[in-house]
Design a protein around this ligand. Sequence first.
Ligand SMILES: Cc1ncc(COP(=O)(O)O)c(C=O)c1O
Length: 380
Amino acid sequence: MTKKNRTELATLFAQANGAIDPQTGGVVPPIQSATTFVRDESYALVSPDHIYARDDNDLVRLGEDILARAEHGEDGLLFPSGMAAVAAVMRTVPNGGRIVMQSGIYWGATKWTREFCVRRAIELVEVDCADPDALRAVGGSADIVWIETPSNPYLKTIDIAASADIANTMGAALVVDSTAATPILSQPLDHGAEFVMHSATKAINGHSDVLAGFLACADAGSPRWQAICTDRHDAGAVMGSFEAWLLIRGMRTLPLRVERMSATALAVADYLSCHDAVETVLYPGLPADPGHAVAARQMSGGFGSLLSFQVNGGRQAALKCVGAMQLFKRATSLGGVESLVEHRHTIEDTVPENLLRLSIGIEARDDLISDLREALSHTC
Ligand SMILES: Cc1ncc(COP(=O)(O)O)c(C=O)c1O
């Protein structure tokens, strides 16, 4: 992304274009809580764009417009959670179809997709897409190729352009879960993806108080996008007004937060990679990271707020470290203003027992590093 793009994003989010209340001139939009809208004596709509809240929510439309523009998409849709957005894409695959999915990604997406594919007799191929040759070797045709970059919790970087080329040869739509990259650091549609997906619960909202999902598309006229729009409309997986209002409020500071969190995450990753008690640091911002060159090409302005590290001494050492942390809150999720730490193995037993995942917030960098220094001193 160019410097000009970054400037445009800063202004787009700060102004949240259109977020003026036309009735009062208020500089933030009001929350419309009505679920239904009246007609006049001749049964004409009082407002042509307002019939029923499942279809007509101005705050949802505003949030979709801002995020679609940030992603350089032709259109965008908000969902009541990231998983609802994942499911909306997967449901476009016909019974008996084929999905190629990156292995070792967000566990919730993997689990749901595995079960969905069994129910619908869809062939699911899980492959390490960080290796384009492995993805190419899958061969055959497919409906969807699903990648997540950087991935959660292993922070693998996937080459979006290379994956798009391969998906193309399979006749598949490339979908990128770009949650950890945010629309500030990467625009997957510019690299050939058909759809970009976000758990907007994370950095887009940024305050750990809204569940939300988002999809943007490269081609609003494509049958798959039209099917997603129809399904959301008819099946009703929509956000409420208050959530949309909170999301827009959070988004207005997105560029600032992402810039700060990414810079701090890089400093933390640097610190950890020189620490004797640390076995490995997984973060694409580190020059030694296997995905660094690709990440530097397809991300701009930073490498995100998510990182993982493995503690020397196995499970006990990792749990002692996590238990001694004072500033990092022991909780799942990522992308909020407060820093979090997660012993991922406790939730997902295939993750190494000595791996700790950090979500870096906006606290002072030195305070976070001091907390880690102190906590790591408890491991030996
Ligand atoms: C990378 C990624 N994608 C999708 C999701 C699912 O999002 P949500 O929790 O908003 O349903 C998560 C949640 O942690 C995630 O980390």
